[in-house]
Ligand binder design. Structure first.
Ligand code: CIZ
Ligand code: SF4
Length: 355
């Protein structure tokens, strides 16, 4: 749908009025109506780094979800204010790992006699307090582009190291099995809804990868059946998916990688080629619009936007921007100093990884 012209004009005016005082970040999964006002676009990792590279901006308006705004707050100066235009823009995956649940799991690992060898690794898509837990306990943050390097680092930290991977079981499993050569039998799933995670002490002792039972509600919907169907319909189709997809789907794909990888792959693709993409729909539609010479289809029969990404719409963006113009700082995301200090340890370990 076209954006409301009145709201577009108001957004433009507010942005002009704020000038260099504001820096607008737009995640690849944001709506077109919002992304048009972004100073930079990117995945969560690139946006966190871009935010840190603009120390002169008083306000960082983060068009994305809550954990991303937290990371921006952690990585920027205390004088900079990070604004999330709608506070209900969370992430169902990040919500699947709460600190109290992770601490219970950590205690159970002590009871099973394995805690001393466990290195916690959390995906960027987690709350600041989970990143802080990793920072306090010798662990690291990773993204979908460096998960293999982060796992290699983690395995090198201790003799007999095993990994507690939070909160996305699919990224953890796909990386361990497809990039590091582990078998599915080396991986167990910790279910926070079950006593003892649903695992015996023996299972914890034998595992190399303890995967937290979390997943992305958007990427988890792509199925093997649709991959088969599309292959039957288009002879030369290439299937390109994000590693948050289920292992069975990734096994059937031609290429797997982060959103930045997906974008670069499509940009480099030959005209006339056909692609089915398994990631969030706003990005897939934008890629299809930007590359009319390539045949780009969505890897699902149904629409599948990230509902929380979509909460950031033009009305919320205009409200946040006009509030800033009026001198009112709304929806500021702040991470408390202790959490920030420990989360920064885990983030800086990631930033110093090779590659
Ligand atoms: O699924 C997401 O939310 C992703 C891929 C985030 C990001 O940019 O890493
Ligand atoms: Fe969270 Fe998935 Fe939405 Fe990303 S796409 S913000 S992981 S629910």
């Amino acid at each position: 749908a076209a954006s409301d012209p009145d709201l577009v004009a108001r957004a433009r005016k507010a942005k002009e009025a704020l000038g260099d005082r504001v820096f607008v970040l737009g995640h690849h999964y944001q709506r077109d109506e919002v992304i048009q006002f972004a100073d930079v676009t990117g995945d969560s990792f690139k946006l966190a780094r871009d935010a840190a590279a603009r120390p002169e901006a008083e306000f960082i308006v983060f068009c994305g979800v809550h954990f991303m705004a937290e990371s921006a707050d952690i990585l920027t100066a205390d004088t900079q204010k990070v604004i999330l235009p709608d506070l209900s823009a969370g992430c169902s995956m990040a919500d699947m790992a709460r600190l109290s649940q992770v601490e219970d799991a950590w205690d159970a690992m002590a009871d099973a006699g394995v805690q001393g060898s466990v290195v916690p690794v959390t995906y960027m898509n987690s709350s600041a307090d989970i990143k802080a837990f990793c920072g306090r306990n010798g662990g690291v943050v990773c993204t979908s582009s460096n998960a293999d390097v982060a796992l290699e680092w983690a395995f090198a930290q201790k003799p007999d190291a095993k990994i507690l991977f939070l909160p996305d079981q699919h990224l953890g499993r796909n990386t361990a099995v497809l990039k590091m050569g582990f078998s599915l039998d080396d991986c167990v799933v910790w279910d926070p809804q079950k006593p003892g995670g649903g695992l015996t002490a023996q299972q914890l002792q034998d595992a190399k990868m303890i995967l937290w039972k979390g997943h992305c509600s958007v990427h988890g919907r792509f199925s093997e059946a649709v991959v088969d169907e599309l292959r039957a319909q288009h002879e030369d189709i290439k299937i390109l998916v994000h590693p948050e997809c289920k292992h069975e789907v990734v096994l059937k794909a031609d290429l797997v990688g982060s959103t930045e990888f997906i974008i670069k792959t499509i940009e480099a693709a030959e005209p006339g080629t056909t692609w089915a993409i398994g990631t969030e729909l706003n990005l897939v539609k934008r890629l299809a619009d930007a590359h009319p010479d390539k045949n780009i289809v969505f890897l699902d029969r149904n629409v599948c936007y990230c509902s929380t990404m979509n909460r950031i719409d033009l009305p919320h963006f205009v409200w946040a921007m006009e509030s800033l113009v009026a001198g009112q700082v709304v929806n500021q995301i702040t991470v408390d100093p202790d959490t920030e200090r420990d989360a920064l340890v885990a983030l800086e370990r990631m930033l110093s990884l090779p590659g």
